[in-house]
Design a binder for this molecule. Structure first.
Ligand code: NAD
Length: 493
């Protein structure tokens, strides 16, 4: 089954349209960019720096230049990021796959293409106006300045590109500390974006990056005086670090999205949706389906529907074998907890099948099997295309189990049901940022569902799917008594 969500012809027409609008040659046609890391002179570095301090200085300089270019300058800068994400999706997607060695090549490419199309821009910055007997007040959305961003290995360049579009739309510049295992593709993308923007607008370093990122450089970025706001996308440790920071932080933290299937669901549709969402990029997405709770009266029928939809069902002993291989313990004492084993994280379903002692076609998208509630796959964010299915007596029990397994992250939950009261009960109890009904998790990001896209979904800090507005400050400008044209002419002195 194909999980493709974007039509390649559609991408081609968007590329043509964007190129026609900005009248620029393709960045892909430019000379290959493998330049050295800049030190000393900041202009001409194309965003890649050896230290946090240099990167922040360059981004500060770029911020001042961007302010002078106005909203139209932001719009043009963003159009280059979109165009390169679309045009170079195949080349950059291949680089990301080769470097990170996790996920699926087709989806690495697709993620870059869709972000070029679906991430919102300056049109989100609508001012509000209040006019009344006392005159006029205008609320505008102003930039913060330089933003420090931490990005994950699961979507290294897509997260940077998404963040850059949103942040530049809001008038900011950004310094990125990428995940060390995705730093090369991050640097290559950042170089290409900056080169194209520089050629068109004469401003370099709107997006800067630390070439050799470490935990130390991340914490230096958190504490740097020149950084006005932090945006972190990642797992529990970095989310905790950002929440403890003295600066304001937008935190896109971890998830462990549960799925509930009740006796009123369209089981074949549910099965197709679960496979589409959980198999996407080998289940690396933070919103991807991670464990499924099914009402007992339809449990066996649901397992059969999963097989019809193309999933491979493991036997109990195969599930045991996979669990032993795929989940390991980390931490000490009371902090000891199960985590996915690195060599199976983000790997293909066929490899998981092999680890379980089953045989599978290379094109297999998802492995699944019945487990009890105590199986470590249930509480763990496994980030691999195996799903545990847990049998529950009633839908209330399923919702309760789903709630426990989500750990209060309030990230994403999914239900397949046609009973609106059941949907409402689950929505209220889990209280998640994304709640998808009768579709794949990716529909919650506008891929096959309505709405816009971002790969940073701010969960503990509450901003939700980030947009340009997330990265702005409200400023109110008040004019007393004048400029209001309603009212009696006599009232004007
Ligand atoms: P990770 O937490 O290992 O790394 C994320 C980033 O944080 C990396 O750049 C890493 O170097 C840095 N980092 C890690 N610990 C740190 C610390 N103590 N101080 C400073 N920086 C630190 O996560 P990952 O494996 O790259 O990505 C997967 C995780 O990210 C999953 O938990 C997933 O749910 C989450 N995620 C969330 C969203 C979202 O929008 N909410 C999006 C993508 C991924």
């Amino acid at each position: 089954m194909s999980t493709s969500t974007i039509d390649p012809q559609n991408i081609a027409s968007i590329v043509r349209q964007v190129i026609a609008e900005i009248g620029q040659p393709s960045a892909a046609a430019a000379a290959p960019v493998a330049g050295p890391v800049a030190s000393g002179s900041l202009a001409g570095a194309n965003g890649v720096f050896s230290s946090v301090d240099e990167a922040v200085r360059a981004a500060t300089d770029a911020f001042e230049q961007l302010e002078r270019l106005g909203v139209d300058g932001r719009k043009r800068a963003i159009s280059h990021i979109r165009r390169i994400a679309i045009e170079d999706a195949e080349e950059l997607g291949r680089m990301e796959f080769a470097e990170t060695k996790i996920g699926r090549l087709d989806h690495k490419i697709e993620k870059l293409g869709v972000l070029g199309e679906k991430v919102p821009g300056v049109e989100f910055l609508q001012s509000q106006v209040y006019s009344g007997d006392h005159g006029l007040a205008v609320i505008e959305h102003a930039p913060f300045g330089v933003i420090g961003a931490i990005t994950p290995v699961t979507h290294s360049l897509p997260t940077i590109a998404c963040n850059a579009v949103n942040m530049i739309a809001g008038g900011n510049t950004v310094v990125v500390n990428p995940h060390p295992s995705g730093r090369q593709v991050a640097a290559e993308g950042v170089r290409r974006f900056n080169q194209a923007i520089y050629r068109d607008l004469g401003v370099d370093n709107l997006i800067t990056l630390v070439a050799e990122p470490t935990l130390e450089s991340a914490s230096e970025l958190f504490g740097h005086r020149g950084v006005k706001l932090i945006c972190v996308t990642g797992g529990p440790a970095v989310a905790r670090a950002a929440l403890q920071s003295t600066k304001r932080a937008i935190v896109a933290g971890p998830g462990n999205p549960p799925v509930v299937v009740d006796e009123t669901a369209d089981l074949d549709r549910a099965a197709r949706s679960i496979i589409q969402g959980a198999a996407y990029d080998n289940n690396l997405l933070c919103i991807g389906e991670k464990q499924v709770f099914v009402v007992a009266s339809v449990f066996d029928a649901m397992m059969a529907a999963m097989e019809r939809a193309g999933g491979l069902r493991l036997t109990a002993s195969q599930v045991d074998a996979l669990t032993k291989r795929a989940i390991v313990m980390a931490g000490e004492g009371e902090h000891r907890h199960p985590v996915p084993c690195k060599d199976l994280l983000g790997k293909d379903a066929a490899l998981l099948a092999k680890a379980a002692g089953a045989t599978a076609d290379e094109r297999l998208e998802l492995v699944f099997g019945e487990t009890d509630l105590d199986n470590p796959f249930v509480p763990t964010e496994q980030m691999m295309p195996f799903l545990p299915f847990v049998r529950c007596r009633t839908v209330d029990e399923a919702i309760e189990r789903a709630h426990e397994s989500e750990h209060g992250f309030r990230h994403t939950a999914i239900i397949h049901s046609t009973n609106v009261r059941t949907m409402t009960r689950m929505g209220r109890l889990l209280d998640t940022t994304l709640f998808v009904k009768n579709g794949p998790s990716v529909a919650g990001l506008g891929l096959g569902g309505e709405g816009y896209l971002s790969f940073s979904i701010a969960t503990p800090t509450g901003e939700g799917v980030t947009t340009p507005l997330t990265f702005t400050r409200q400023r109110r400008c008040t004019l007393v008594d004048d400029l209001r044209i309603l009212g009696s002419p006599d009232a004007v002195a």
